[in-house]
Design a protein around this ligand. Structure first.
Ligand code: ATP
Length: 483
């Protein structure tokens, strides 16, 4: 983890190497919107894939959904977003700036940046609510009758499709539906790079469980959370508290599996007075960003609020028929809700390292190494011929490149010294590099199976160690690190 001052360096690396660009930059940019360049797109895709794999493909009790962004406006009435999805906003009467009320003590005053909006002398309005949903219209007429909203979260689509998924996938409680997709919030003050954007991606799970009363009825007792409880094996008598803890534990394991350990994570258990009126518990998983420790994911126990609301609004119970007790009831829900863009920023921040080294001429230089977990690194392997003007080295390096890129992302590079090429890959987090040299060619000439019996140098990013590896064994050496 780097010092707080490094945010500037991270932003500069992300632009220079093509992870993240300001949206519409050639037109001066658009506040709160970001584009992912070639490396950022790969990184995000890898994060998305690891989340999807752990949340649904590796489980029998979770299925996926891919819903539309614009949905019936009544969904947002039922969920409470039309009425209450708002942040408190204050206006400055002098500069006419609008600011999120709970951020004014950290936002610099636009006119006197040495002061914050809270501490500058200018007169401000009383806080008032500002709804964060982006509005649009469906169809050719723009009237109050066809207002629609860009979804501010992916979760409501899951509740709205709960019955269809239940009927079509024949799941039994407890089971979950997960979704990854874009969400939009007209944030009053987007800031901290991509951390708070107006368009972002969420990765959400709604995990439906039996209400505690039903568990008591069928199991005779309800297991609630206690220190030291075994969370690894879900039990039929688990109540909501156990499921809530279970998901906090599962999500922590996920973060560990992509390189975010206890040194960079923290937890905030919301106090009863901070909880949304329907929530029974909510824990935020926090990441230690250079600009402060902030939320990466929220895991809430939401009771039956959402399905109750949709039942009321559509006039049809969004319920579950329990074969065991021959009763219908509305399931309760545990919701782990994570932000993909915040996660991409977090893994870049956690991976960012600088090391002092000495170049060929004895000059000191600072090198950047992005120690991304191999699973999520944009490129898995850099492939280089030692010299670009030796056709036999180039040909062999290209053969290896063509072979390996069928299995994982590879980057072929023949320009500059080998040291520079390693440094370029270190900076973008490539965990392995392969160099084809004269020994490779010798081995190939001597071997009966031209091409595969030769050896190459395999270099490891984090240890910088190099070893001789047979070409035919390269994929077996690299693949295990990627799963
Ligand atoms: P915050 O308090 O930071 O505004 P929130 O509690 O409103 O976040 P949720 O509604 O719980 O956030 O959304 C779930 C997740 O979606 C968050 O943990 C975060 O990772 C992500 N997220 C929410 N708002 C944004 C945003 N404006 N930009 C990027 N990611 C976001």
């Amino acid at each position: 983890m780097t010092e707080p001052a490094s945010m500037e360096k991270i932003v500069s690396l992300c632009k220079r190497r093509g992870f993240i660009f300001q949206s519409s930059e050639i037109y001066g940019g658009l506040n709160g919107f970001w584009d992912y360049g070639p490396l950022g797109a790969e990184l995000k895709r890898n994060l998305r894939d690891t989340w999807w794999k752990t949340m649904t493909r590796e489980r029998e009790d979770v299925v996926g959904l891919d819903a539309s962004i614009i949905m019936h406006p009544n969904i947002w009435k039922a969920s409470g977003h039309v009425e209450t999805f708002a942040d408190q906003m204050v206006d400055c009467k002098t500069c006419k700036g609008r600011f999120r009320a709970d951020h004014i003590s950290s936002i610099p005053c636009p006119q006197r940046p040495s002061k914050t909006v809270a501490s500058c002398a200018e007169e401000k309005t009383e806080p008032r609510p500002f709804n964060l949903m982006f509005k649009t219209h469906t169809g050719p007429l723009e009237s109050d009758d066809n207002i629609a909203y860009l979804r501010p979260e992916t979760a409501q689509a899951i509740f709205a499709q709960y019955k269809n998924v239940l009927d079509s996938s024949r799941q039994k409680l407890p089971f979950g539906i997960c979704q990854i997709g874009k969400a939009f919030r007209n944030e009053i003050t987007p800031r901290n790079y991509t951390f708070r954007s107006r368009e972002f991606e969420q990765m959400e799970l709604e995990f439906f469980i039996k209400p505690d009363e039903v568990i008591a009825q069928t199991q005779g007792s309800v297991a609630q959370w206690h220190e030291g409880a075994d969370l690894s094996q879900p039990q039929p008598n688990w109540g909501w508290e156990m499921w809530h803890r279970y998901w906090v534990d599962q999500r922590t394991r996920y973060y560990q599996s992509i390189g975010l350990g206890p040194d960079v994570l923290d937890y905030y258990w919301q106090k009863p007075e901070e909880l949304a009126h329907y929530a029974r518990a909510c824990v935020d998983i926090l990441f230690k960003f250079p600009f402060g420790t902030e939320e990466l994911e929220g895991i809430a126990a939401r009771g039956s609020f959402d399905l109750d609301q949709h039942s009321k609004f559509v006039g049809k119970p969004q319920d579950y028929f329990d074969e065991e007790i021959k009763q219908r009831y509305i399931p309760h829900v545990i919701e782990p809700s994570a932000g993909l863009d915040r996660l991409a920023l977090a893994v870049i921040c956690a991976a960012f390292h600088e090391e002092e080294s000495t170049d060929d001429k004895g000059k000191k230089e600072i090198k950047t190494i992005l120690r991304l977990h191999p699973k999520i690194a944009p490129y898995k392997c850099g492939i280089f011929p030692l010299l670009k003007n030796k056709p036999e080295l180039v040909e062999q390096a290209q053969n290896i490149y063509r072979r390996l890129k069928k299995q994982f992302t590879c980057f072929y590079d023949e320009s500059g010294s080998i040291g520079k090429r390693y440094a370029r890959q270190d900076e973008i987090g490539t965990p392995f590099c392969v160099t084809v040299d004269f020994e490779t060619i010798e081995g190939i000439k001597e071997g009966p199976q031209a091409g595969l019996l030769g050896t190459v140098t395999l270099r490891h990013r984090d240890s910088t160690q190099q070893e001789r590896v047979k070409i035919e064994e390269l994929d077996q050496r690299i693949l295990p690190a990627l799963s």
